[in-house]
Write a protein that binds this ligand. Structure first.
Ligand SMILES: CC(C)(COP(=O)(O)OP(=O)(O)OC[C@H]1O[C@@H](n2cnc3c(N)ncnc32)[C@H](O)[C@@H]1OP(=O)(O)O)[C@@H](O)C(=O)NCCC(=O)NCCS
Length: 192
């Protein structure tokens, strides 16, 4: 079987059509309802957010492709005070769920965080109702804090906080690479 090639393209290299498409991908119920911000994002809000990202070296947005087909979106926000990158990601189609694509996307996300951008620690928040992501996180060497409750809109929601170091990523890498490299060339191409 011919392996697919993973490519991540940073915001600075995306055309306006792709930037507009991100809003449509992000507004899909299967993504929106697993996010901390659950309202539908309008065009003006999206464009304002994109402009903020463009002017901030600590924030990164990547559209990811497998053989030039859109796969997912990765967003990273680095906080210099805590020396942590907050990460979030989603697949661009509900049809891609539960086929291993999330495993592939999160693997390359780790490679971008620790090996391309050279950050040391990452963190994230997962709603406990997001069973797919909870299961993915449970497979990793991340530190998890559970039984945390936060307000999402007006609702009290249980979340899991996860944090991971570069050492954790390296520890998991070989195992995940075995799985991922059956389907995808492990050499990452990142257009920064
Ligand atoms: C979260 C997300 C990236 C996971 O991607 P995915 O392709 O669905 O995940 P995978 O196919 O790689 O499978 C991951 C795990 O979910 C499990 N899973 C798959 N379908 C499932 C289902 N219907 N119910 C529960 N678990 C399921 C898989 O078994 C696997 O766990 P296991 O191998 O340990 O058993 C993807 O679903 C997504 O984009 N969701 C919407 C946005 C989102 O939640 N982003 C994360 C924000 S914190």
């Amino acid at each position: 079987m011919k392996r697919k090639k993973f490519k991540a393209v940073a915001l600075a290299h995306l055309d306006q059509e792709t930037i507009d498409q991100i809003r449509i991908w992000r507004n899909q119920d299967f993504v929106r309802l697993q996010s901390l911000r659950q309202e539908i994002i309008d065009e003006a809000t999206h464009q304002k957010w994109v402009e903020q990202l463009k002017g901030d070296d600590n924030r990164h947005l990547f559209v990811c492709y497998l053989d030039d087909e859109p796969l997912g979106v990765i967003q990273l926000n680095y906080d210099p005070d805590t020396d942590m990158v907050e990460s979030g990601e989603y697949l661009v189609s509900e049809d891609f769920q539960a086929c291993g694509y999330g495993t592939i996307l999160q693997f390359f996300e780790g490679a971008i965080i620790y090996e391309v951008l050279n950050y040391n620690r990452s963190c994230g928040v997962v709603l406990m109702t997001n069973t797919k992501n909870v299961r993915l996180q449970n497979r990793k060497s991340s530190v998890q804090e559970v039984n945390v409750h936060i307000k999402v809109g007006d609702a009290d929601r249980e979340i899991m906080r996860v944090s991971m170091t570069k050492e954790d990523f390296v520890r998991d890498k070989e195992k995940t690479l075995k799985l991922v490299s059956h389907f995808v060339d492990p050499d990452i191409e990142v257009i920064l």
